[in-house]
Design a protein around this ligand. Structure first.
Ligand SMILES: Cc1ncc(COP(=O)(O)O)c(C=O)c1O
Length: 422
């Protein structure tokens, strides 16, 4: 289960220290509640993570004390809100090790980040007969925006295959890239399988042909220290809500050189330099891409999440989740009739499985009665399910607050499912 150097493009950080998980759990008020009379075991973190008190309080504190619209007013409250919003941008820059704050665009989340690139960079650069390359393990949000673009432009979507373990066949990329390839767009970590994709290698291969790369970091950012420059990402996007932060906000990182060339995404306030009925000119980066009043409070909760995660140490979260995933895989694999779906050598955070003869929804429903929250379904990755010839999986996904005791509860819950259905 270990992640090794060529796969992990991370900052060289402090050495790992074991997490004091019991202490950290007290930062998350919801973890103290019961579900159906049982202690909550929250293992649906790939869908969204729970929030620490610091993240819950930060937007409320702003609303109480320093709230106004940003970038518009000269009055004290507007200035304070603007400063806080721009401080959040700077935190995101440092978090990703981006070169400049103007390369950090606030978006609604990963989905909007990818759509923004498809609708601006894509519409500008992709023409009839051109090609867009993705992998076979993408979330729908890294498939459908490109399909929409390809349909509009009469371009073609090409897919790097995966093998039976759920690893991307990177060697096939060389073959798939052609002089017509305009962009390669890949997930950093698969939400359905947990596969850690060798994004740095993919970027090297694409760049050797002059092709830019977008990386969907939705599942990577909560569990790996991401350095966009070490990876060589041209675009990198992720969601705050999956990394302990507020909902409705995320980041699109783009290299300034590319962002400069791209047309705006949406029109409205704040994204303009001047407007007349004859001609409108665009604001400078990153504001050219931020039309209208943004999710100000969300950005403040997001900044609090960056502080929180950085305070815990992302490297420590990586080590904790690796250890826990190894334990969970060993425990669950010992259950007769349980099949782990996704056995890549480099894997993190996600454990998908099926039980012979039992539908995943039944597994999820019984576990819910035990207070255990997992996800069941196709995980917005229907092509992955099709590849494995299954309609759905049950998925347990980890966060920094999960414990071995919770994995034991999951194992016991699954044994109960077996007793009920067999
Ligand atoms: C790999 C991956 N990409 C994209 C998304 C979409 O994220 P959001 O719904 O926050 O835009 C998800 C959400 O599950 C994901 O796991």
């Amino acid at each position: 289960m270990s992640t090794t150097a060529p796969f992990r493009a991370t900052r060289s950080g402090p050495s790992q220290t074991p997490l004091d998980v019991e202490a950290l759990r007290r930062d998350f008020p919801i973890l103290a509640r019961k579900v159906h009379g049982k202690p909550l075991v929250y293992l649906d973190n790939a869908a969204t993570t729970q929030k620490p008190t610091a993240v819950i309080e930060a937007p409320a504190d702003m609303y109480r004390n320093a709230y106004g619209n940003i970038h518009r007013g000269v009055h004290e409250l507007s200035v304070a809100a603007t400063d806080a919003y721009e401080a959040a941008r700077e935190k995101a820059r440092a978090f990703l090790n981006a070169a400049e704050a103007r390369e950090i665009v606030f978006v609604r989340g990963t989905t909007e980040g990818i759509n923004l690139v498809a609708q601006t960079f894509g519409r500008q650069r992709v023409g009839e007969g051109d090609e867009v390359v993705i992998t076979a393990l993408e979330h729908h949000s890294n498939i459908v925006p490109w399909q929409l673009l390809c349909e509009e432009k009469k371009a073609h979507l090409r897919v790097i295959p995966i093998d039976r373990t759920g690893e991307v066949k990177v060697d096939e990329l060389e073959r798939l890239l052609t002089p017509r390839t305009r962009i390669v767009s890949v997930a950093h970590v698969s939400n359905a399988l947990g596969t850690l994709v060798p994004v740095r290698r993919i970027a090297e291969i694409a760049h050797s042909r002059g092709i830019p790369v977008l990386i969907d970091g939705a599942q990577a950012v909560p569990r790996l220290a991401v350095d966009v420059r070490a990876i060589g990402a041209d675009f990198y996007t992720f969601s705050s809500h999956k990394m302990y932060g507020s909902t409705g906000v995320g980041i699109l990182y783009g290299r300034a050189e590319l962002l400069e060339e791209m047309p705006p995404y949406q029109g409205g306030g704040d994204m303009i330099s001047s407007v007349t009925f004859e001609k409108t000119t665009w604001n400078v980066l990153p504001y050219k891409f931020e039309a209208g009043t943004p999710n100000i409070a969300g950005a403040i909760g997001f900044a609090a999440a960056i502080d929180y995660l950085t305070g815990v140490g992302v490297e420590n979260v990586t080590a904790h989740e690796e250890e826990l995933l190894g334990y969970a895989t060993r425990e669950l694999s010992a259950i007769p009739g349980l099949n782990v779906i996704g056995t890549a050598r480099e894997k993190i955070g996600v454990l998908s499985f099926t039980l012979d003869g039992i539908h995943p929804h039944d597994v999820g429903t019984v576990l819910d009665q035990e207070g255990i929250a997992i996800r069941t379904g196709h995980h917005c990755a229907q092509p992955v399910m099709e590849f494995f010839g299954i309609p759905a999986t049950a998925r347990a996904s980890l966060a920094l607050y999960n414990t071995r005791g919770e994995i034991d509860a999951l194992t016991e819950g699954i044994r109960k499912v077996l007793r009920m259905f067999r």
